[in-house]
Design a protein around this ligand. Structure first.
Ligand code: HEM
Length: 377
């Protein structure tokens, strides 16, 4: 019985639609027999005069019920290995779309890495940091997520076009942005669900995180270490993750945007090297609390740090790792890659996550993406 079902289950309309086969036209043909039989076409003149039969909804409903029932029975009896099913989206195409955005606006690449981090942090703490776009739910700690609108709108258009969940898109875009900036290829698995996020959104105003989130500017290093410890990261992991601050900028947007390193579009260990080589102090002008680097070289390159970050190179729990990662880039990259993957998988159940398998019918999927892009949002 099982062998029989295993053989024929893929022919079930549901299974076929997963595989991207043209189920609809097939079903329509079958169903149309129930609406007006074609016997008139093939039989004598008497039948030819017959009027077409009226629609037989009962036939259609019966067919649907039968399909559902078969699906339910097969689902119970046949064990489907989801990890072997191909995905409906093409990573290479998402990467191409992102690259177009990044080539046009390079600042979106670091912003995308940050967005992925914020998504992971929200999932780990069980709070809404980034609401799904189009739903005006209140956010937790809005000061931490200032300026995420632009990368979020890119994520939204990718989600709509490529038939991929919002959570998978945010995390994948972060991973691809690291690669775009010259960083390592990070192991990424798909299968994140958006329902969890939507449900949380409903109770967002009421939900409190496992541990309170300090302000990004006035919070202390100890407070941030405690947040990361609560979600399963050691001080070494925390320092390794912060290496991503080597790319992108700081919140101050005065005459020149401050950055933490001299080359804000290169993903390397310069964050640690700059931290060790530079002294920081509160600025003489209003930077909204961001510290600036001391000395001619630091001011020439508009270097700055968040106040608690400036202490990373002297704090007993973090200083050894700043030194280690500054002197050994390979060691940092290995640690960063591992921790970033862990962060991006936060909040997802292990049995939902699986390796990406490209769809077998690339051209069909591409045609659907083009059609989705042409539709108004
Ligand atoms: C300790 C927790 C962290 C805090 C409080 C924090 C805070 C901030 C702030 C305030 C900014 C400036 C945003 C702006 O331009 O307005 C920023 C930028 C950034 N953060 Fe973090 N961050 C933290 C951890 C991380 C981690 C773990 C990552 C990645 C693994 C990350 C990635 C980034 C990136 C790439 C940028 C540059 C974004 C851009 O230029 O648009 N951050 N972060």
């Amino acid at each position: 019985m099982h062998r029989y079902l295993r053989k024929f289950a893929p022919l079930h309309p549901f299974a076929m639609s997963i595989q991207g086969l043209p189920v609809r036209p097939l079903l329509c043909r079958v169903v149309s027999r129930g609406y007006a039989t074609s016997s008139a076409k093939y039989s004598g003149a008497k039948e030819a005069k017959q009027k077409p039969r009226p629609l037989r909804h009962s036939y259609f409903i019966g067919l649907c019920a039968l399909c559902g029932l078969t699906g339910a029975v097969v689902g119970q009896l046949v064990e489907i290995d989801h990890s072997k099913l191909p995905n409906a989206f093409i990573i290479a195409d998402i990467q191409k779309d992102l690259q177009v955005n990044f080539d046009f606006r390079p600042d979106l690449a670091p912003a995308m890495v940050r967005l992925a981090f914020l998504h992971g942090l929200g999932e780990a703490l069980g709070v809404m940091l980034l609401p799904l776009e189009g739903t005006p739910a209140p956010r937790y700690c809005p000061s931490l997520t200032v300026g995420v609108e632009e990368p979020q709108s890119v994520v939204r258009s990718l989600t709509l076009g490529h038939k991929i969940s919002h959570a998978d898109t945010v995390t994948l875009a972060g991973v691809l942005a690291v690669e775009y900036l010259g960083g390592p290829r990070i192991h990424w698995r798909c299968g994140r669900k958006d329902e969890r996020q939507r449900r949380r959104e409903k109770g967002a105003s009421a939900s409190q995180p496992k541990v309170p989130l300090p302000s990004p500017l006035t919070g202390t290093l100890d407070e941030w270490l405690a947040v990361f410890a609560a979600i399963g990261f050691t001080p070494q992991d925390f320092v390794a993750l912060l290496g991503a601050h080597g790319v992108g900028g700081l919140p101050y947007t005065g005459p020149a945007r401050l950055s933490r390193t001299k080359d804000k579009y290169r993903f390397n260990n310069s964050y640690y090297r700059t931290l060790l080589a530079t002294k920081y102090k509160p600025a003489a002008y209003d930077t909204g609390g961001v510290y600036v680097g001391v000395g001619a070289d630091a001011s020439k390159h508009n270097l700055g740090m968040l106040p608690w970050e400036a202490q990373l190179s002297t704090h007993p729990q973090t200083a050894p790792f700043v030194k280690k990662f500054a002197s050994d880039e390979a060691e940092w990259l290995a640690h960063f890659t591992q921790c970033f993957t862990k962060l991006l998988e936060m909040g997802s159940q292990e049995h939902h996550l699986r390796e990406y398998i490209p769809p077998p019918n690339l051209e069909l999927v591409r045609a659907q993406v083009i059609a989705a892009k042409q539709q108004p949002n």
